[in-house]
Design a protein around this ligand. Structure first.
Ligand code: GRF
Length: 212
């Protein structure tokens, strides 16, 4: 297990969002910035998918967007190295994965140690990986939820920043549970980014402390 100490910076932050799909978490984070709740700006919205609806939204909102085609690179590490270069060029402080459907390679994680966040639609460490809401329904848990966490090399296993608990109803389907969880995702993801740039997140070992 990784040890160490990190305190998030108190500054006006430069954020990059990486997404592959509709981008509702991206919109929630951006809306909170526009409302003045987060001391940061989105300087790049990146996607591995040229036709991601989230990219289109970003363009409509006047944000810089970038698409790189994974197939144009010899492998995952080369692809991630190109992304890291683009992020460094823009002096990005924090990378928010928001429905980004590619696994981040270890060199990418290391280049942005404690500077990558992800949101997962379950209460980690329960139901990691794909289709977390279906996993929760199929398992029969009474509660699931959402988790914002830092990204470490191991998938869905970095230090947990915030969680929201969401009840699972007897007649829930994957879709109805996903909708209920999503409402909470849109609360806790912007909140985690806000705390980050208020300099209030401290990582000790794998525990995150929220400072007053
Ligand atoms: C969300 O459920 C998120 O938890 C998961 O992927 C989905 C992305 O949705 N990682 P959106 O693109 O932000 O609307």
């Amino acid at each position: 297990m990784e040890q160490g100490f990190f305190r998030s910076p108190k500054k006006r932050g430069r954020v990059a969002v990486l997404l592959s799909g509709r981008g509702s978490n991206f919109r929630a984070i951006h809306d909170a910035m526009l409302a003045g709740k987060i001391n940061a700006d989105i300087v790049l919205v990146f996607s591995n998918k040229a036709d991601a609806p989230g990219l289109q939204t970003a363009r409509e909102r006047g944000l810089e967007t970038l698409h790189l085609d994974p197939k144009a690179f010899p492998g995952r590490e080369a692809y991630d190295a190109a992304i890291v270069e683009e992020l460094k060029k823009r002096e990005v402080d924090l990378v928010c994965l928001a429905g980004y459907m590619k696994i981040i390679t270890p060199p990418f994680c290391q280049a942005f140690r404690n500077r990558i966040m992800n949101i997962h639609p379950a209460l980690l460490p329960s139901f990691p990986g794909l289709h977390a809401q279906k996993q929760a329904v199929d398992y029969g848990v009474r509660y699931s939820g959402a988790t914002v966490h830092f990204v470490w090399e191991e998938v869905d296993a970095g230090p947990i920043i915030l969680q929201a608990v969401v009840p699972v109803h007897q007649d829930d389907t994957e879709e109805t549970l996903a909708d209920r969880i999503l409402e909470w995702e849109h609360q806790i993801y912007p909140e985690a980014v806000r705390l980050y740039f208020e300099g209030r997140l401290e990582v000790r070992g794998r525990r995150v402390y929220i400072l007053d």
